[in-house]
Each structure stands twice: as structure tokens, then as C-alpha cells.
Design a protein around this ligand. Structure first.
Ligand code: ADP
Length: 474
């Protein structure tokens, strides 16, 4: 039996801001199929986690976490859900706040979390053989596991879900926060600053990222966000494993959020569309092609391209629903355009899982022209709800969406190569042409019905990685 401890900052169904939460929620479930692997998950206990969940947790252990010259108290809570053990680290000072990210001291908050995880290792019911940390918030746990060796021969895996966010702090944090000999500073430092992501890349036994294409791309300075030199150095230990989604959870036939459930029936999908058009004040007509965007409203998602050509595209007989929160620039752009085209555009500037599912279920198309995309789950959820993805060929989008070819009849979506607004416009207009040709649309719909990205294969790849790691050094 291999015991694996997932360390992360978000996880469905407890707390989510993006795809990371979906992965931490669903991958342990998929790994459970393998009887030789036991996954436990450790997370911060945010105020934002609902009372419904908190009432099911029980206090497992109170601990003191050394941070520099002082100790901080922390409590470990425990919850078992769907046969997985979850531990939550609570600390009044760092995690009793509104929201989960966006504070001036985020770096320190998650360094504290990582330090507390190392302390908690002494008490967990099942001692991990492998510590598998995800993204910068958990990065320092990998470094500390290697430097402090809290468990003999503990192996570490670090997964990059997005290299853009690195957890960078002034170098002085090292002295202030860690009781470590100065020789360790080199492994934690990058460009004169303390860098949580780099610390993990330097120390992890294996590094994974969430699609094969992104694993290649981040070795290139254009995508590497300053860290490509270290990824090139560690290329032999870097592997891309495509994310999956929980296909039981995202199933239009059983999804409780949908007014009308369906498997592949176009007519039933259209009933969802009509209800949503009505709810959002769009023109009610099930034949109007409906395009959707559901995303964090940040530059990464290619929204500058959308901004550039959106109004031109809206001159066509189309509708668009945008669901997202994020940068003010995009929020005000979409709310302004929705006011000017109330029958065609709805801008929903909030986070709502149920609404997201209703939109996926109603949409004919899903627009995701990302500048970069480590894997992307939204396009996989869209395929699951039979909305055709329109993407830029980058990272996981390239690995999951094959452009429709009307001659061969192959492909499950539409794509374009260069980060260029008029290329996006051209492909949007092309998607309309296909929508209007019944025969081609039917062929495309069949391909979409066959596209399914479950965790099955990727969970096996992770399991093999764990075996390889623990045997190699045995
Ligand atoms: P990222 O992790 O970069 O945000 P992904 O495509 O991997 O992008 O995952 C995004 C996830 O967050 C998807 O499950 C998507 O449906 C969801 N999501 C994004 N914005 C919202 C929102 N405003 N309301 C509900 N769900 C959202």
C-alpha cells in the first residue's frame, strides 16, 4: 500500500476558485479505484468553507507550528467524505478572513500552511510515503519535507497547475520565518526573492504538470514565467499528465442543477436554453446559436482577444452569456456590452456553480481563447454538456480539442493557432457556418458525444509515478 498525502489550497466540494479545486476533489476519488493507493488530503480551514462542512469536522489535534523565533497555534480538523480522509489546518490569524486569496501577506499565509503540514505529518493516522503538493501555495511543503526530513525516506511530487502564480516574497522572509541554516537559501531563492514555486521545482523528486503540451511549453521562456531554466535542468523529472474530470459529477443526465436532464438529445438541451434565455432576459428562441464564456476574468483567458472583436461578432444573429469574476477591466467591459445588447448578451459577474452548469447545458458553443492554458477543465466540462469548444491551440486545449474538419468529418471543436483577435473572429464565424449546416453540425455533434475526458488513464499514470518513485529508491 502506498500512502499519498495531497497538499493543496482548494478542493471541491469544500472550497473552489478554479480548476485546481476540481482536480484536488476528483483525482483522489479516481485513485481510490486502485486498491494499492491510499490518498489523504490536507487543506487550510478557511472561514469561507460553509458551516455545513464545518459541522461535520472534528478536532483531531492541536499543534504548535514554529515560525522563526515564535510558535503559532494551529488546530487540525478531520473529516471523512466519500471514503477519503481530509485534514484541515486552522489558524485564526491567517485563515479567518473573507475569500481565500488576494491578501498582501498571501506568501506568508501559505508558507505557514506548508510549515504546519510538515508539523502535522507527525500525527496523521496513516504516515505518507509520498507527499504530493499542488501549486505554489503548497510548494514550500515540498522544500521543507526535503530539508527537514520529518519522515524518513518521504518522496515528493509537485504538480504545476499554473506556473504564472509563484508565491514570491522578500528574501528577508527566510530569516524571519524559517529556522534553517543559511545554506538552504539557494534552493528557495529565485531572482533575489523567496519563491515558493521555484522551491518546489528545486526540491521535488518528480515534477508533473497538467498536460503534455504544457510540459513542453513551460521549458520555453515565452510560457515559463521566468522559470524555464530550472525546468530545462529538471526535464528528466518533468512529465505532463492530462487532467480529467469527474464524469459522474459532471453528467447532464443526473446533474441536479439542470431543469431538463439529457444525455445527447438536442431537443432536451434546447429546453434548457429556452429556460435560461427567459431567466436572463435574452430573446427567447431555441434556434439562436448560444455562445458561453465561464471563467476567471483574467488576461490569461484570452479576454483581450474577445474584447477586440466581440462587438463585430455580435452583429451576427448570435447570443452570448459570460459568467465570471476577476479584473475590473473585463468586468466593466462585459457589463457595459450586456447593457448595450440586452437581448443578445448576459454578463453575470459572480461565482455560481449551479449557474455555470445551467450555462454549459444551454450553450451551443464554449469560447476559451486562452493566451496560455496548463490544461483547462472548462472545455472538458463543456464537451461533457455537449457545448462545442472554440479554443486557441495551447497547452491542454491543444491536447483535448481537435479542430473540426468538414472533409474528413473529424474533430470535436474549433481552434486557431496565433494569439490574434481576427483569427478568433474568423473561427467564430466559421463555427456559425457549421451550426447552420445541419449535416455538418450533426457530424460534429456525434464527435462531441464521443469525447470524454475521465480520470481513468491519468489516474493510472499518477499511480505508476508513485510506484516508480517508491521502488526506485527502495
Ligand atoms: P482555471 O483553473 O485557470 O480557473 P479551468 O478551466 O481549469 O481554469 O477551471 C475553471 C473551473 O472554474 C471550471 O470548473 C469552471 O466551470 C469554473 N468557474 C470559473 N468561473 C466560474 C464562475 N464565475 N462561476 C462558477 N464556476 C466558475
Amino acid at each position: 500500500m502506498k500512502n499519498v498525502l495531497f497538499v493543496a489550497s482548494e478542493c471541491t466540494p469544500f472550497i473552489k476558485t478554479g480548476g485546481l479545486a476540481d482536480v484536488i476533489g476528483s483525482l483522489p476519488q479516481a485513485l481510490k479505484e486502485n486498491e494499492q493507493i491510499d490518498v489523504q488530503v490536507i487543506l487550510p480551514l478557511y472561514d469561507e468553507i460553509s458551516e455545513e462542512w464545518k459541522s461535520q469536522m472534528h478536532l483531531f489535534k492541536s499543534i504548535d507550528v514554529p515560525v522563526g523565533w515564535r510558535d503559532q497555534e494551529a488546530s487540525i480538523y478531520k473529516l471523512t467524505y466519500n471514503q477519503i480522509t481530509y485534514y484541515f489546518i486552522s489558524n485564526d490569524y491567517y485563515f479567518t478572513r473573507k475569500g481565500i486569496y488576494g491578501y498582501y501577506d498571501d506568501g506568508e499565509r501559505f508558507v505557514f500552511f506548508s510549515r504546519a503540514v510538515i508539523e502535522a505529518l507527525n500525527y496523521l493516522e496513516r504516515k505518507p510515503h509520498i507527499l504530493h503538493a499542488h501549486d505554489w501555495q503548497a510548494g514550500m511543503a515540498v522544500a521543507l519535507a526535503k530539508i527537514m526530513q520529518p519522515i524518513e525516506d518521504l518522496k515528493t511530487v509537485f504538480t504545476i497547475h499554473n506556473i504564472k502564480y509563484q508565491g514570491v516574497m522578500p528574501i528577508g522572509t527566510f530569516e524571519d520565518f524559517f529556522e534553517l541554516p543559511a545554506e538552504h537559501i539557494g534552493g528557495l531563492e529565485w531572482d533575489g526573492k523567496l519563491n515558493c514555486l521555484k522551491s518546489a521545482l528545486f526540491h521535488a523528486d518528480k515534477i508533473t504538470t497538467v498536460s503534455p503540451s504544457y510540459a513542453e511549453e513551460i521549458k520555453d521562456p515565452y510560457y515559463g514565467e521566468g522559470l524555464s531554466p530550472i525546468l530545462i535542468e529538471r526535464a528528466d523529472d518533468l512529465v505532463g499528465i492530462l487532467n480529467g474530470i469527474d464524469i459522474k459529477e459532471y453528467n447532464p443526465l443526473t446533474d441536479p442543477a439542470l431543469p431538463v436532464k439529457y444525455r445527447s438529445s438536442k431537443a432536451r438541451k434546447k429546453e434548457n436554453k429556452i429556460l435560461l434565455q427567459e431567466k436572463l432576459g435574452l430573446t427567447i428562441n431555441s434556434d439562436k446559436p448560444l455562445y458561453a464564456i465561464i471563467t476567471r476574468l483574467v488576461e490569461q483567458k484570452g479576454l483581450h482577444l474577445v474584447q477586440h472583436i466581440f462587438e463585430e461578432f455580435l452583429q451576427e444573429d448570435v447570443q452570448c452569456i459570460v459568467l465570471g469574476t476577476g479584473d475590473e477591466e473585463f468586468e466593466s467591459y462585459f457589463s457595459d456590452i450586456a447593457q448595450r445588447y440586452p437581448e443578445k448578451v448576459a454578463a453575470l459577474l459572480y461565482f455560481d456553480e449551479g449557474m455555470a452548469r445551467q450555462i454549459y447545458a444551454s450553450a451551443d458553443f464554449f469560447i476559451m481563447p486562452s493566451k496560455f492554458e496548463p490544461c483547462g477543465l472548462a472545455q472538458l466540462i463543456a464537451l461533457q454538456y455537449k457545448a462545442v469548444p472554440i479554443v486557441r491551440e495551447t497547452g491542454g486545449l491543444k491536447d483535448t480539442v481537435q479542430p473540426f474538419n468538414e472533409i474528413t468529418g473529424e474533430g470535436n471543436g474549433f481552434s486557431f493557432t496565433h494569439y490574434n483577435a481576427h483569427d478568433l473572429l474568423a473561427v467564430l464565424c466559421y463555427s456559425l457556418t457549421i451550426y447552420r449546416s445541419q449535416e455538418l453540425w450533426n457530424t460534429l455533434a456525434k464527435n462531441v458525444n464521443k469525447s470524454q475526458f475521465s480520470w481513468k488513464k491519468s489516474a493510472r499514470d499518477y499511480a505508476n509515478l508513485y510506484y516508480q518513485l517508491t521502488m526506485e529508491y527502495a
